[in-house]
Design a protein around this ligand. Structure first.
Ligand code: UDP
Length: 474
């Protein structure tokens, strides 16, 4: 049988729940698998389909995105249920209902027909997918959607391979192969003894203690040139294969390939016109991603620093903050009026287009991994303002490993002052190290493109995966 005919039969199923930061990297990986001749489906919880129908921001049809078939499974809740109201309850119910509905989906779509399901790819937030794959005797892979460094930390933590802070020694520093010395403020919040036991640490315990045994390929949304030491340090323990950065193709110089990501909210495209009128490398871009809600004090210090800097800014402040006095913090009164000629505030922007715009000078970020990779691929220096989960470690990478920016230092009470924000803006934009940050950022932009181009490090890893899937997981 000719190779092409053989590939026709090979089908991969990817599984995610309905979050932009989880769906988009999987879709972009799926796109690369399709380009190498595989058939790909993405199974998502049904709420995505419902949101997509309501959203006018997407032009995709609901049954496929760029050749990737969409399939839907129940998370155990009605469409009306507020999934953000109790994350622990949501994850627990999903962990019970998800395996049953996913198993039925596999039977309905892949049993007895012409499609040969040869691999199931999950992400770390749905570890039970590996059990469903094992039940159906299908080899499974996982796409780790944080840096390889985080995978190395969690792997060692959950397998008790190295000492970590405890209740009796909460301030101990952690020394791990391939990583800089990590202080408490550099560690992911889930491994700290102060972290309340919740659904996320429970999920990771399940993943590293049980599911990992069933996962054949561990893939990562990163690239070798970005995290050499962390990746090499895992070679003896559990190989991790970077296949990224899984960002829009336009950021990687592949303008001929359209992006296939989805948007959680409708982006304000008008801010691009505003950017067009700014001076090159002058604008501070500020965003805290889709989940973080800032406190009043945090809003105050960022707002005061921006105003004092007199530099143009584009700040993403979510709609709930702009329209209501909600339980999270609010912009200081008078700020919008005072800065109307200096900057703009939008509820959601086309971030990847913004980062690629020549007027952007730096990115004040919460250090979510998608945002960080997008900035890396765009060659934009960063000011790190991490809040929780992997973000503190990502901030350490920005400031001390990749040297593409600085990290805001909080006072002893945990508050970051306006003076500190202003000082860091100056450091990144025209301090003594600013040229080094720009040079390093430009170099990672270059290596990100090389990694994903044909024959690059990430492309080769994807090809090995494809070859192994085709040969039956051997
Ligand atoms: N994002 C966007 N518009 C915005 C702010 C963020 O499109 O105004 C996108 C951003 O490009 C990134 C994602 O939202 O892909 C945020 O993911 P990340 O992992 O950085 O943070 P999270 O939202 O998971 O905390």
């Amino acid at each position: 049988m000719a190779l092409n005919e053989q590939k026709e039969e090979i089908h991969v199923l990817m599984v995610a729940f309905a979050s932009q930061g989880h769906i988009n990297p999987l879709l972009r990986l799926g796109n690369r698998l399709v380009s190498k001749g595989l058939h790909v489906s993405l199974a998502i919880t049904e709420i995505f389909q419902h949101r997509q129908r309501k959203s006018s921001s997407t032009t995709h049809t609901t049954d496929s995105i760029a050749g990737i078939q969409l399939l839907f499974f129940s998370d155990g809740f009605s469409i009306e249920y507020d999934r953000g109201s109790n994350l622990d309850h949501y994850m627990e119910t999903l962990g019970k209902a998800g395996p049953i509905s996913l198993s039925n989906l596999i039977k309905d779509n892949f049993h007895g027909g012409k499609k040969k399901l040869s691999c199931i790819i999950n992400n770390p937030f749905v570890p039970w997918v590996a059990d469903v794959a094992a039940e159906h005797r299908i080899p499974s892979a996982m796409l780790w959607i944080q840096p390889c460094a985080l995978y190395a930390i969690y792997y060692r933590f959950y397998n008790n391979l190295n000492p970590f802070p405890t209740q009796t020694n909460p301030e101990m520093s952690v020394e791990l192969p391939g990583l800089p010395l990590l202080q408490t403020q550099d560690l992911p919040s889930f491994v700290l003894p102060s972290n309340p036991f919740g659904s996320m640490p429970k999920l990771f315990t399940e993943l590293f203690k049980n599911s990992m045994k069933k996962i054949k390929w561990v893939l990562c949304n990163s690239f070798y040139e970005l995290e050499k030491e962390a990746i090499d340090s895992m070679a003896e323990l559990c190989r991790i294969h970077p296949v990224g950065p899984l960002v829009p193709p336009s950021l990687l110089g592949e303008d001929q390939n359209p992006d296939i990501g989805v948007d959680m909210w409708k982006p304000d495209e008008a801010c691009m016109e505003w950017l067009n009128h700014q001076t090159p490398s002058s604008v501070i871009y500020i965003s805290f991603g889709s989940i973080i809600a800032l406190s009043d004090k945090q809003f105050e210090s960022i707002a005061a620093a921006l105003k004092n800097s007199s530099r143009p800014f584009l700040w993403v402040v979510k709609a709930s903050v702009l329209t209501t006095s909600d339980s999270a913090g609010a912009l200081p009164s008078g700020f919008l009026e005072d800065t109307k000629d200096q900057g703009i505030i939008v509820p959601w922007c086309p971030q990847t287009k913004v980062l690629a715009h020549p007027t952007i000078a730096c990115f004040l970020t919460h250090c979510g991994w998608n945002s960080m990779l997008e900035a890396v691929a765009s060659g934009v220096p960063m000011i790190a303002y991490p809040q929780w989960t992997d973000q503190p470690t990502n901030a350490k990478l920005i400031a001390d490993v990749l040297k593409v920016g600085v990290r805001l230092r909080p006072e002893s009470d945990g508050v970051v002052t306006a003076e500190e924000v202003e000082k860091c803006i100056k450091e990144v934009m025209d301090g003594p190290e600013s040229e080094e940050f720009k040079r390093n950022a430009a170099e990672f932009k270059r290596t990100a493109r090389l990694a994903t181009a044909g024959g690059g490090s990430s492309d080769r890893n994807i090809q090995v995966l494809v070859d192994e899937i085709i040969s039956g997981g051997s």
